[in-house]
Design a protein around this ligand. Sequence first.
Ligand code: FE2
Length: 241
Amino acid sequence: MTGYWDVHCHLLPGVDDGAESMEESMRMLRMEYADGVRHIIATPHYRRGMFEASDGRIKAQYEAVCREAGNQLPGLEIYLGCEFYANMDMTETLNSCSRPVMGEKRAVLAEFSGNVSEEFIRERTAALRASGFTPVLAHAERYACLRENISLVWELSKMGAYIQVNAGSILGEHGRKCKKFCSRLRKEDLIHLIGSDAHGDQIRPPRIGDCAAYLQKKCGSSYVNQIFCVNPGKIFAGIAG
Ligand SMILES: [Fe+2]
């Protein structure tokens, strides 16, 4: 099957801890393509004091990757997004347009520390909503406060956040506990999006195809279509290519 989305991927070379070279970016893209992915959102980290590549550098790398991919991988759409490490002035930074928001819903892939408090994740989600953004909670399975209290996932979802889970976590790459929590989220229909969160072609490679095959067996093709095609198409509608 083709037409899948990968909504979370560190494929731009030399802008964060993802791909290190154009060659590595292209190897990642060829893996995604072989898996049936045709829409990829490049989501370089933005984290103050750690990952702060300039807008100009990110755009230049994005355009270079698109040019290269355009010649080799027909029909593959690559979009520019961002994985934003939540901080207290994120809404101001986003409003100043110095980091891209994604599509008509102004989606923001928001990342938190693994030991984030319930209060902080709830308050930042509310702040994003109040400023007209659509929070997409990056790799929700990583946060202890959610693993310990699934009702908070429900609450965030009701507040208007979308829940993204990593393909590798569903497949058990991060241990049994994490895999079990992903199953629970899936059974409660709390997963809206799955991303690879790939950082390279060797270390943390994209595994959308393996994950889709696994979910196909567990839940059938309509679930796979919903998660990898329909939901991302809706949530990121209008995302500029
Ligand atoms: Fe990421």
